[in-house]
Design a protein around this ligand. Structure first.
Ligand SMILES: NC(=O)c1ccc[n+]([C@@H]2O[C@H](COP(=O)([O-])OP(=O)(O)OC[C@H]3O[C@@H](n4cnc5c(N)ncnc54)[C@H](OP(=O)(O)O)[C@@H]3O)[C@@H](O)[C@H]2O)c1
Length: 290
């Protein structure tokens, strides 16, 4: 049976994988946390993989504090660029396939059409630059890797925009939310399910392993303002949402104004079906509220 290691078990995506793989029997899944594999430490990576053999490594761990990265660039670089390279090296050594997650923040603010995997990347933030460097290191080390860029990830786990809005919306009468940053939310459940579908198709022989950079988000387009309006509407929260421009809401890291991703490649290569963000939001809220 194929052995699949999921790195970063306690993050949003890692927790979602853990939930989704618990009952699966077509592969043998195991997981690491920061306590069992600390990616800050190269020697810990070497000793963890010594004498171990996996068929697939899925890296969900990252430094994701986008604003804090501006003042902690060395840590962001270590976790988002150097550690993925070392994981790709380990994958190569044990002849495993490496699946790495990246971000829409590798793109800069100059776009207005859906971004393809090959669209030139010009990140504006330390986080975006460190994630792009991670992609380059992974592909240099192991060109047979799969890198999946995603955007605006949320789930019922960890910290994310949905959870922040639900907390604030219950306490406040009104909230200012930017309407000039446009993209697509991604429910972590849908991303984890897409990756598991890809792996199952490869393992069963239904699809050939095709490496490269792929984009995955939910379907549709919205601003953070639209997303918060939908969250409150679907949750029956009466908080008013006031649209503001990004310059009224300064943050240490700049974010791309437009980061809608073109998902044609993942759809065509692996036959992945993708839900609209509003349907996925409803699905998430239903699950969150029991
Ligand atoms: N969140 C988003 O909006 C978003 C958008 C686009 C792309 N992405 C990408 O999607 C992937 C998953 O994101 P996510 O939202 O699930 O991230 P997350 O919730 O922040 O989880 C990150 C994980 O990395 C782990 N980690 C941090 N430092 C570590 C270390 N030194 N050693 C080992 N593990 C460490 C964390 O462990 P602890 O919990 O113990 O700290 C956590 O399990 C990442 O590659 C991210 O860049 C995220």
């Amino acid at each position: 049976m194929n052995k699949i290691l999921i790195i970063g078990r306690e993050g949003q995506l890692g927790s979602t994988f853990h939930e989704q793989t618990r009952e699966l029997s077509w592969a043998d899944f195991s997981y690491t946390t920061v306590d069992t594999l600390n990616l800050m430490d190269s020697s810990a990576i070497c000793s963890f993989f010594k004498d171990k053999k996996f068929d697939y490594l899925i890296n969900c761990a990252a430094y994701t504090a986008v604003d804090r990265a501006e003042t902690e660039p060395a840590v962001a670089w270590r976790l988002n660029a150097e550690a993925p390279k070392e994981l790709a090296e380990e994958a190569t050594r044990m002849n495993a396939r490496f699946i790495h997650i990246s971000t829409d923040y590798v793109f800069g603010g100059e776009h207005s059409r859906p971004l393809k995997p090959e669209t030139p990347q010009t990140p504006d933030s330390v986080y975006g630059k460190s994630k792009l460097q991670g992609e380059l290191e992974v592909m240099q080390q192991q060109p047979e890797s799969i890198i999946i860029r995603t955007s605006w990830l949320y789930s019922r786990y960890g910290k994310n925009f949905l959870k922040t809005m639900l907390q604030l919306g219950k306490k406040r009468d009104s909230l200012n939310v930017v309407f000039d940053q446009v993209g697509t939310p991604t429910l972590a459940d849908d991303l984890a399910e897409a990756i598991l579908t890809i792996l199952k198709k490869i393992i069963s022989g239904e699809k050939e392993f095709t490496p490269g950079v792929f984009h995955f988000s939910n379907e549709g387009v919205c601003s953070w303002f639209d997303f918060s309006k939908a969250i409150f509407y679907e949750s029956g929260i009466s908080c008013k949402v006031v649209p503001v421009e990004s310059d009224q809401f300064p943050t240490p890291a700049s974010r791309p104004a437009y980061s809608v991703m073109d998902k044609t490649k993942i759809r065509n290569t692996y036959g992945i079906e993708i839900e609209h963000w509003q349907d996925s939001l409803r699905k998430c809220l239903k699950k969150t509220n029991g």
